[in-house]
Ligand binder design. Structure first.
Ligand code: PGA
Ligand code: ZN
Length: 421
């Protein structure tokens, strides 16, 4: 009898589209006994320090590089040897930021390889990455109302208003609570005279002509009502995506919808006041991606109570995270594998974050495909939170994948218990 083979026999890439209709790449990695398929998401509010998504020639150039350079090297390598695969991608690329082959291509190859190895052993990706015992399911952090670069027209400047169902006992209950809050906001908006017609932004969150304060009030009301009606506590938070509203020349954050500009100190006071007033549990990127110092100030003030999360600040990069740890900047980190390019590097960042007591938040991007791998990454990495939206086929695909896992592995899963340090 022949043993299981995890040797790579073929690597193929093709062009597909994401939820915004932008071109992206899907990669298939095949072994004798398994297949991995992964496609790359894309961001709209990308961090300055992220990997370059695609080379200058776009997706076509990435695909050509797979055929001419990458497939010939990877065929014959062992899909289980993730580190060598990822190092080989780095070597072929030869730049710091995947400028030659594209971080999105590196991401898709890296993830498809891991899935091919898992599939060869007849394992789910999450089991292959994180083991079979103690299957911890993440709490879903869901975008319910939004603006900024994820919507068009007159919308709040704050990019995302996010619900976190902290009182849920199962993932199913958690997913249901998020849907209830999303729906409740729709009902509240319909009653208000704000020209609401059900419009939604890139991540399925309501996009509506409200000031930032009005939006905070609406989300707060919905979260309180759903908590009361269900007896399960829901809280909410924000992704301010502050690099998107930072005006470097003037040194201010521009809230165009409100006609307000805030200097960094005023931004710090504003965010602190909003956290207190609305009992926020989560604030992502409240300051520009270069302003570690303000992150430190805010973290000091709310340590142990509120997640102050770095997305554009850290870009899933271990070196940037280390700087954050040294300075006490943030106590949570967004993990988007395509910000850094490979699974190996993202995993190292996750390990470092956990060691330092940071909450890891495995996240979707605003331009997504129906790929469900981030659900597996969140579980496999034992990440307490999965940020993946509430509505929209490409968002719900991830939620449904966790629901499947909760059902198939019934009795062996538990919902993650969130610890904020
Ligand atoms: P993205 O941003 O548009 O770059 O995916 C989403 C986020 O800021 O979390
Ligand atoms: Zn963000």
């Amino acid at each position: 009898m022949r043993g299981i083979s995890t040797i790579i026999e073929d690597v193929r890439a093709l062009k597909i589209f994401n939820s915004r209709g932008e071109e992206t790449v899907e990669v298939e990695v095949e072994t004798a006994d398994g297949l991995g398929v992964a496609s790359a998401p894309s961001g709209a509010s990308r961090g300055k320090w992220e990997a370059i998504p695609f080379p200058p020639g776009g997706v076509e150039e990435s695909i050509k590089k797979v055929e001419e350079l990458i497939a010939p090297k990877l065929v014959g390598m062992d899909a289980e040897d993730q580190e060598s695969i990822d190092e080989t991608l780095r070597e072929i690329d030869g730049t710091e930021n995947f400028g030659n082959i594209g971080g999105n291509l590196a991401f898709a190859i890296s993830l498809a390889t891991a899935e091919a190895a898992a599939d060869s052993h007849n394992l789910n990706l999450f089991q292959y990455l994180g083991g079979n015992l103690d299957i911890e399911l993440p709490l879903p952090l869901g975008n319910v109302l939004g603006g900024g670069k994820h919507a068009r027209g007159s919308v709040p400047d704050i990019q995302e208003f996010l619900v976190l169902p902290v009182g849920a006992r199962t993932f199913e209950e958690a997913a249901e609570l998020n849907v209830k809050v999303h729906r409740k906001i729709g009902e509240i908006l319909l009653k208000k005279n704000v020209g609401f017609n059900g419009g939604r932004g890139d991540e399925g969150a309501w996009a509506v002509n409200l000031s930032n304060r009005e939006a905070l009030d609406v989300v707060n009301q919905a979260v309180e009502e759903v908590s009361d009606e269900t007896g399960r506590e829901c809280r909410f938070g924000l992704d301010i995506a502050a690099s998107s509203i930072w005006n470097e020349d003037k040194g201010v954050y521009v809230y165009a919808r409100d006609g307000v500009e805030r200097r960094p100190q005023e931004q710090l006071e504003f965010v602190s006041e909003v956290i207190d007033k609305y009992r926020l549990i989560y604030v992502e990127d409240p300051f520009d991606e270069e302003d570690f110092e303000s992150f430190t100030e805010l973290t000091k003030e709310f340590r142990g109570k509120v997640m102050i999360c770095g997305d554009d600040l850290f870009v899933t990069n271990r070196e940037r995270l280390r700087r954050g740890i040294e300075l006490g900047a943030a106590n949570a980190i967004i993990i988007k594998v395509n910000q850094i390019g490979t699974l190996t590097e993202a995993f190292k960042t996750v390990k470092e974050a956990k060691k330092a007591g940071y909450v890891t938040v495995v996240s979707h991007r605003s331009g997504e495909t129906t790929d469900t791998k981030i659900a597996h990454l969140a579980i496999g990495f034992h990440s307490p939170i999965l940020k993946s939206g509430v509505l929209g086929g490409e968002r719900i695909a991830k939620i449904n994948e966790v629901l499947r896992i909760e059902s198939v592995f019934e009795g062996r899963t538990k919902l993650s218990s969130l610890q904020i340090r």
